[in-house]
Design a protein around this ligand. Structure first.
Ligand SMILES: [Zn+2]
Length: 252
């Protein structure tokens, strides 16, 4: 589809899902999989030849400011229900601390083991410049682990707390209702914010690239050659993101 805007600006490309065969998703917390790439997962799950495995990194217990021993198990059930709506059944957990995730060698080793076992050719992961520290560190750790696993041909960074300088967009209009239904399964998270409204707004904004009345998810896509290249534009942007984060941190 040609958008009038496209003649005047350089817009993100369409994400072609056809090469995705084995897809692994790393979600720092329950709900990130819906917000960041719920539409992509719903579309991928419609193809019976695509295998999808979602990894929940933290225990989702509410973080250090509001820890609740019942919260983690409850949010895990909510995430299972959300994935069921999207058509995804495989969910693995890494049980790291919510809100105080530590990036260490053990995490990278465990992530590498999960990748080796599943052999994904695509990996979805949080954006590398996210405002949420857990997201930022999970992104970094997963990316390092992916460099050590040859099956991974493409990284697909999704946006949650921070919009990305997107390279690709995916038309999710046909599954937007499904994505919203999946998000509604995250009852605990929805008590802290109207994520459905936020996600609809973000996906409507991204849909503007495609024309009228569209919803889209936006991503930064990196091929293996790109994510292995230390001087790639994304690596430079990450440096910018980290310096922005330290400036924001310095305000408080
Ligand atoms: Zn999160």
């Amino acid at each position: 589809m040609v958008n009038a805007l496209a003649t005047e600006t350089s817009l993100p490309m369409m994400l072609n899902l056809a090469p995705a065969k084995r897809v692994m998703v790393f979600a720092p917390h329950p709900d990130d999989e819906c917000i960041g790439c719920g539409g992509a997962l719903a579309l991928l799950a419609q193809n019976p030849e695509v295998q999808i495995s979602v990894v929940l990194v933290t225990n989702g217990d509410g973080g250090e400011h509001s820890p609740d021993v019942n919260m983690g198990p409850r949010r895990l059930l909510e995430m299972q229900a959300a994935l069921k709506v999207l058509g995804v059944s495989e969910l693995k957990t890494m049980d790291r601390l919510d809100g105080r995730f530590e990036l260490d060698d053990q995490f990278e080793t465990e992530a590498q083991q999960l990748l080796q076992a599943f052999q994904p050719n695509w990996v979805f992961l949080p954006g590398p410049m996210d405002y949420h520290k857990d997201h930022l560190l999970v992104s970094k750790g997963v990316e390092s682990a992916c460099k050590l696993v040859g099956s991974v041909k493409q990284l697909v960074y999704f946006e949650t707390w921070t919009p990305l300088p997107a390279t690709h967009v995916l038309d999710i209009t046909s599954v937007m209702d499904l994505k919203c239904r999946a998000l509604q399964a995250h009852h605990s998270a929805l008590k802290y914010g109207d994520y459905e409204r936020g996600v609809k707004g973000l996906n409507a904004y991204r849909g503007l690239y495609l024309g009228f009345d569209r919803f889209a998810e936006a991503f930064v896509v990196q091929t293996r050659a790109e994510f292995e290249n230390p001087s790639s534009w994304l690596t430079q942007l990450k440096g910018l993101g980290l310096s922005l984060k330290s400036r924001l941190g310095a305000r408080t």
